[in-house]
Design a protein around this ligand. Structure first.
Ligand code: ATP
Ligand code: LTN
Length: 335
């Protein structure tokens, strides 16, 4: 298929702390897998990240680290557009327009807004509430047909689709209505190692609940050994075995093995052996990524160049959509 026939795909990750293997399995791994099939545009969502308090120096560092991690994970900057969200002003500009067709009730009932408001009760700000509209702008600016995300972002994608349809109905065909691209099966939602009824989250106060992409081998194996598993001793993926099922999903994501293959491999062996094997598989898979990320971080000029080139390309595409939007709503252009 020629360049121009490929559909556009957009996704982003926030530079709000250490990236977990949940982010990797649910999102970044798919970013890599989809880069030949689509015209992919990937952003470091720094505008989104300040909806919860960030320390300025840490945010700067996390932004560069996330860019390096994207590339270290296998996203090819020659095939994809990689940029930092705040480098392209159109994201904020479209957000303003979309705010005028969004109702407060739609935003206050978002699960993530409710969860984050409860968690950061001292900082329930308008940005936190408006987060999904900024996300819709990210996606719609690039006329993205597909958006790879973890299952937790499904509700935000539904709002994005509603806003696209609403705008198109009111002002005429302007936006592509995007489809979420959510992995089938358990990889779409990796659970906490400390409490398999909750999503693995980088902002969990218990560091044993998650594995980050930069954890060292010993830490990874220790965290897997400590992972909460279920009663019994049989390595089997089942609804009443959320802890073991989650480890099977993690093992599968890093080894390519199906749940059935894993069950066969560990039949007759207990949880102990399995947990060590999971830790080793994760550590083996992450070692080359970590080495490549460290190498890239020493090449700051290279990373800055990728971001600059990415922002220029992104801005060009985004401007095209934004001009159309401005024209449709009736903003006088002066030409
Ligand atoms: P937090 O957990 O602190 O709220 P987050 O990790 O959910 O942050 P992002 O960094 O923006 O927020 O997430 C990036 C991507 O990773 C999104 O596509 C999200 O759906 C996905 N993701 C996050 N956690 C998981 C998880 N536990 N399993 C699968 N995918 C996940
Ligand atoms: N909200 C997302 C990150 C994000 C995103 C996007 C994902 C920001 N803008 C656009 C897909 C498309 C999250 O994962 N928490």
């Amino acid at each position: 298929m020629g360049e121009t026939e490929k559909k556009a795909l957009f996704s982003a990750v926030q530079p709000s702390g250490a990236v977990t293997i949940g982010n990797y399995i649910g999102a970044i791994k798919n970013f890599v897998a989809l880069q030949d099939e689509f015209n992919c545009i990937y952003a470091v969502a720094d505008l989104h990240s300040i909806t919860v308090r960030q320390e300025a120096a840490a945010l700067r560092k996390n932004t560069l680290e996330l860019m390096a991690l994207f590339i270290a994970c296998g996203i090819d900057p020659e095939k994809c557009v990689l940029f930092v969200q705040s480098h392209v002003p159109a994201h904020c500009e479209l957000t303003w327009v979309l705010n005028t067709i969004t109702y407060p009730g739609e935003l206050s009932r978002m699960t993530q807004f409710k969860d984050k408001s409860a968690k950061h009760a001292d900082n329930v700000n308008m940005g936190l509430m408006d987060y999904p509209v900024l996300m819709a702008s990210d996606i719609l600016l690039y006329q993205a047909a597909a958006v790879p995300v973890g299952a937790d972002q499904k509700q935000h994608l539904e709002l994005t689709r509603d806003l696209a349809v609403r705008f198109n109905n009111r002002y005429g065909q302007t936006f592509t209505v995007p489809e979420p691209y959510i992995m089938k099966g358990s990889g779409a939602k990796i659970m906490s190692l400390a409490d398999p009824s909750r999503k693995m989250s980088k902002s969990d106060e218990n560091p044993n609940a998650f594995i980050t992409m930069s954890d060292d081998r010993d830490t990874i194996i220790r965290k897997c050994k400590r992972a909460v598993t279920d009663s019994g001793n049989e390595v089997r993926s089942a609804e009443d075995k959320p802890g073991v099922s989650n480890l099977i999903a993690i093992y599968g994501a890093f080894t390519g093995k199906t749940a059935e293959e894993t069950e066969r491999e560990f039949s007759g062996k207990g949880y102990g052996d399995f947990k060590v094997a999971v830790g080793e598989a994760v550590a083996d898979a992450l070692a080359p990524v970590q080495a490549e990320k460290a190498r890239l971080l020493k090449e700051k000029d290279y990373l800055n160049g990728i971001m600059k080139r990415g922002a220029e390309t992104a801005a060009r595409i985004a401007r095209r959509t934004l001009s159309k939007v401005y024209r449709k709503v009736g903003f006088y252009s002066g030409d």
